[in-house]
Write a protein that binds this ligand. Structure first.
Ligand code: GBH
Length: 554
């Protein structure tokens, strides 16, 4: 009897295992003839200041909108946590660089905290300690030939500036420019790869349109467009300043990073669904990319027209909720990026919203303006540690090819791509994800997309914004209960390191835990240990129990 039960349990394990690894067969045939990435391909790994640094009030650092949100509205964070200490990279940065080296990447993407450098957001107060922190980090990276890729803004606005309206106040344009000038003066001699702003769509719609990210305005349909307008101008001013005053002398490059999921038409045979997909791309990516990368600049036509018409119908009069650029502004923004930075993790199925507002979006709102309903139901894409993140590598291929076609073959850098889980070191699902997504990237390169680099997200487990510490994206595990925030490579760190070293995906390389990892694994905090293997055990036990019950019943 027990034999049989054990067999059933083992079978269930095997089944679960195969469904987890099933992703491989849905996309690519992991054939043995290895395909290589171009020899000059840039490999990188990423992080962001608020997510890893801690030291929230170290030295004279000022308060950021994330300090403010997490301290004053703890209930908005899944585990009520904050980034006060996080992975403590403010003190552990040498170890971070060591990890970056272990991965054999050529580049480390990190962001600067504006309030660490300018505590109140203004140039009247510059923090010597803040300046020094990043200076040390940059020097340490260069010592080992790792190219720093620096993001000026990854969401941690000085709280003081938020009190002026943040990105909705045009004052942000000269302020962002002052901040950028300072960091270019301080670090531009050593940093040759810059991005101004990470994920403008997120900054504007999730910060101002809905109650999602700081500053959580929850004011749909109006301030997000003001934010976007000022953000584009601020970005353009910084790029012009760089080109006029720094680029020649310092010899670096500067760009922007936009983000989107790939909107897959729900029914590929339906013209309306395909149109919804195209419209979603224009609203998510085109909002920021069309003004910068298209031939004629300005917002996408479909955005201008839809928002103007809807504004009129909704009684806003003849002024559209989407602000208008002057011809001079259109000209000034156009072409202000040396490469196309793209962050993408997942895909959605899309269909039109329909006249009766099927999706039941607030009116007005970004989603209602876009007129697209997104879902991940009705697909068998494997899941992850985040509800929004499903594994569909073909979406990455489709996205890269779309950008390639739409903006006339720009040089692209994938600045973020990665997957979450709920903990542990045996992250074979992350190994699968990276292999599959990179395979899709290779397909796009072979079909002409000019992809120059891939930066995986992220170096280590971090403060995952509203998800707190519950979702883990790291190639390195961080023990958040140890005072030194001990970092341990997961299986994926060794696999990704191998890819970067060899420029090749090796489907057969699936190492087991080594000594160091086994020791760390044994020390996993209870909730993570439960996720790691424990979950599988629980599942098998539940199955066992049901079999026993059924047997007793008979
Ligand atoms: C990245 O953004 C960030 O740049 C990075 O800091 C972060 O750690 C990483 O994501 C992982 O989350 O369905 O309403 O819950 C990615 C952008 C993040 C956009 C998740 C959509 C889910 C929205 N995406 N988000 S929702």
């Amino acid at each position: 009897m027990w034999h049989m039960l054990l067999k059933i349990a083992l079978l269930s394990l095997a089944l679960e295992q195969s469904s987890r690894c099933g992703a491989a067969s849905t996309y690519n045939n992991p054939s043995s003839n290895a395909r290589h990435f171009p020899s000059d391909f840039m490999w990188g790994v990423g992080s962001s200041s608020y997510q890893i640094e801690g030291g929230w009030n170290a030295d004279d650092k000022g308060e950021s909108i994330w300090d403010y949100l997490t301290h004053n509205n703890r209930e908005k964070i899944v585990d009520q946590s904050n980034g006060d200490i996080s992975a403590d990279s403010y003190h552990q940065w040498r170890r971070d660089v060591q990890m970056v080296r272990e991965l054999h990447v050529t580049s480390y993407r990190f962001s600067l905290s504006w309030p660490r450098i300018m505590p109140g957001g203004y140039m009247n107060h510059v923090s010597t300690a803040g300046i020094k922190y990043y200076s040390n980090l940059i020097d340490e990276l260069l010592k080992y030939n790792i190219t720093p890729m620096v993001t000026m803004y990854h969401w941690d606005l000085p709280q003081r500036l938020q009190e002026l309206g943040g990105w909705t106040n045009p004052e942000i344009i000269p302020l962002f420019k002052d901040y950028a000038r300072l960091v270019l003066e301080m670090y531009g001699d050593r940093v040759k790869l810059w991005t101004t702003i990470n994920e403008p769509w997120h900054v504007c719609e999730h910060g101002y349109g809905v109650d999602y990210m700081a500053p959580s305005y929850n004011f749909p349909g109006i301030p997000a467009y003001l934010c976007g307008h000022n953000l584009l101008k601020a970005h353009a001013e910084v790029v012009h300043m760089y080109r006029e005053q720094f680029q020649q002398r310092q010899g670096g490059r500067i760009g922007i990073t936009v983000d989107t999921s790939w909107p897959e038409p729900k029914n590929p045979d339906s013209a309306e669904d395909r149109e919804a997909s195209e419209r979603a791309m224009q609203f998510y990516i085109g909002w920021f990319a069309h003004p910068i990368f298209s031939k004629h600049g300005n917002y996408p036509k479909v955005m201008i027209e839809r928002i103007r018409n809807m504004s009129k119908q909704q009684g806003f009069g003849s002024r559209s909720r989407l602000p208008e650029f002057t011809p001079e502004e259109i000209h000034r923004i156009k072409g202000t990026s040396d490469f196309f930075g793209i962050n993408s993790y997942t895909s959605n199925l899309v269909t039109p919203n329909g006249h009766n507002n099927t999706g039941k979006f607030p009116i007005p709102s970004f989603n209602h303006d876009m007129g697209v309903v997104e879902s991940q139901a009705d697909v068998d894409w494997p899941g992850s540690g985040s509800v929004w993140l499903k594994v569909y590598p073909k979406g990455m291929y489709n996205l890269l090819m779309w950008i390639h076609r739409e903006y006339n073959g720009p040089e692209m850098i994938i600045t973020e791509n990665g997957v979450s889980d709920r903990g542990g070191l045996e992250d074979y699902a992350r190994v699968d994800y990276i292999n599959l997504y990179l395979s899709a990237v290779l397909d796009a390169i072979e079909d002409g997309a000019n992809v120059k680099g891939y930066i995986t997200w992220s170096l280590m487990d971090s403060y995952e914004w509203k998800a707190g510490y519950t979702e883990k994206f790291g190639l390195y595990h961080v023990d958040f209960s140890s005072p030194e925030r001990t970092r341990t490579p997961k299986i994926s760190a060794r696999v990704f390191g191998n890819i970067c070293k060899t420029n090749t995906i090796d489907w057969s390389f699936r190492p087991k835990l080594n000594e160091e990892q086994l020791v760390a694994s044994a020390r996993l905090p209870a909730e993570e240990a439960a996720e790691n293997g424990g979950a599988r055990l629980k599942w098998s036990l539940a199955l066992l129990l049901s079999v026993v019950l059924a047997w007793i019943h008979c």
